[in-house]
Design a protein. Sequence first.
Length: 103
Amino acid sequence: MADASRLRSGLGTPPARDEARTDLIPQPTPATEPTRRPIAGTVPTQRIDARTLRRSGRTVHFATKVTPDFDNRVRQIAADTGKMLTEILEEALEAWEREHAGC
């Protein structure tokens, strides 16, 4: 195991909390705050994965088993169009719903 005791040598003791500078703490600004895009037709839950929400608005994990051929085809479409896998699946669902709207 590494000996980390030497890493703090020479740094001295840290200042007391009331002596520490407060002007160095970044304050959130509208430019740095995440843009939250609600998912249509969903009810917010208590726990939200903020990283995923900031990135795409998708917070629910969806996993399924598919054939290797299906996986290759979907990934190839995503790569060719520059989209995420989930966007390809969402578009496929929308197309299926349009086709079967009157059933």
